[in-house]
Design a protein around this ligand. Structure first.
Ligand SMILES: Cc1ncc(COP(=O)(O)O)c(C=O)c1O
Length: 380
């Protein structure tokens, strides 16, 4: 059969996790926590399972979850989304991203993708006949070069995908970034997808600013997010999309036939759990402590770093220390030092190698301690 996605094969995440298993290495490659969700949240799922909430949820998601999300979003970012018309619960952010891309992109449309980029964007664009146009961000700051973005906008540009806080670099977009973006898209029919799955994980007092908070961007933005990262439940795959009614209506046409609806008892459990803001607000401090613990333990290492501003990833650089490719080094570290990471080059279309490795610090302290010990042994 002729493939529709010739560039898609086994992902590096699968490869590195397999290698980690093969060599019994500490796995700091794939982005999932080594610890469990709060017992209270697990209990709530149990309660709803036993109460018989086991049939299809409404296509848009259960009302209590949409309502509490509307309340939470209003409180945190002052944005008002109507729970009936503007909030849709999805099977993970991945589904929300796919549905939003499919709602917008037609054959021949250009989509601006900032790279390094999360791996699900490009296949979704291509399956819809779109053309990804890459704006490449460079270490160590990964700041957006707005004149480059401006040059890449054409009459065929229909969508831009923004991810803040950013996987893999941990960068967080500022209000100035949003101002620049607003200036560029003004008077053009360009939609925005804001992948904000790490919305609650930012550090050092840096606030996450939703793309939709910019008054000139709200009307054109699909905010896609997830409960997986916030509540340590990546395996539940429950996410959501916030978008103005006109955009949500188109989004729902796709969601309706992609999955129709999302797992029922978990939606009710999340709705109840979200009533306590501390459950999602405390995650900031929780991960900041982990980042600091990991970096403090790395003191004296040959690697260099800029502390991550958000997400649960930390990049370590060996730029100027060795010419070894980042993919080769990641494999060598797994095999010889027992620690698995992700080479940042895989997040670039052209495999731009900036001598950077991404480590996930959503791990228990003993794992982070051992990981740092192993990384300290690496010298060039
Ligand atoms: C940037 C980014 N977007 C989307 C996702 C997918 O989220 P979900 O697991 O809810 O589908 C991830 C998960 O790693 C991610 O890092």
């Amino acid at each position: 059969m002729k493939t529709k996605l010739p560039n898609v094969g086994t992902t590096i995440f699968t490869t590195m996790s397999q290698l980690a298993q093969q060599y019994g290495a500490l796995n700091l490659s794939q982005g999932f926590p080594s610890f469990d969700a709060a017992p209270e949240l697990i209990n709530l799922v149990d309660v709803y399972l036993r109460r018989g909430f086991n049939q299809y949820a409404p296509m848009t998601g259960v009302s209590p979850l949409r309502e509490i999300l509307a309340e939470k979003t209003e409180q945190i970012s002052g944005l008002s989304y109507h729970p009936e018309r503007e909030i849709t619960i999805t099977s993970g952010a991945t589904e929300a991203l796919f549905a939003a891309i499919s709602a917008v992109v037609r054959a021949g449309d250009e989509v601006i993708v900032f790279e390094p980029a999360y791996d699900s964007y490009v296949p979704a664009i291509e399956l819809n006949g779109g053309i990804p146009v890459f704006v490449s961000l460079q270490a160590p700051d990964f700041e957006v070069n707005w004149s480059e973005v401006s040059e890449k906008i054409t009459d065929r540009t229909r969508l831009m995908i923004i991810n803040t806080p950013h996987n893999p670099t941990g960068q967080v977009w500022t209000r100035q970034d949003l101002d620049q973006l607003a200036t560029l898209v003004k008077d053009r029919e360009i939609y925005l997808i804001a992948d904000e799955v790490y919305e609650h994980i930012t550090f050092d007092g840096i606030a996450h600013v939703s793309v939709a908070r910019h008054p000139d961007l709200f009307d054109r933005t699909f905010v896609c997010s997830s409960f997986g990262k916030t509540f340590h439940v990546t395996g539940w795959k429950v996410g959501y999309c916030l978008a103005p009614a006109a955009l949500s209506a188109e989004f729902r046409k796709i969601h309706q036939y992609l999955t129709f609806s999302t797992v029922t008892p978990i939606q009710y459990a999340l709705a109840e759990y979200l009533k306590q803001p501390d459950h999602y607000l405390s995650v900031t401090r929780f991960y900041e402590e982990k980042r600091d613990f990991f970096l403090n333990n790395l003191e004296g290492s040959a690697f260099r770093w800029k502390p991550s501003q958000g997400t649960f990833f930390q990049s370590l650089s060996y730029q100027g220390l060795s010419e070894e490719g980042d993919a080769e080094l990641a494999i060598r570290l797994t095999r010889d030092y027992g620690i698995a990471s992700i080479p940042t080059s895989v997040f670039y279309q052209n495999r731009n190698d900036q001598k950077l490795l991404r480590f996930c610090f959503a791990k228990d302290r003993d794992i982070l301690e051992q990981a740092a010990e192993r990384l300290l042994k690496i010298q060039w």
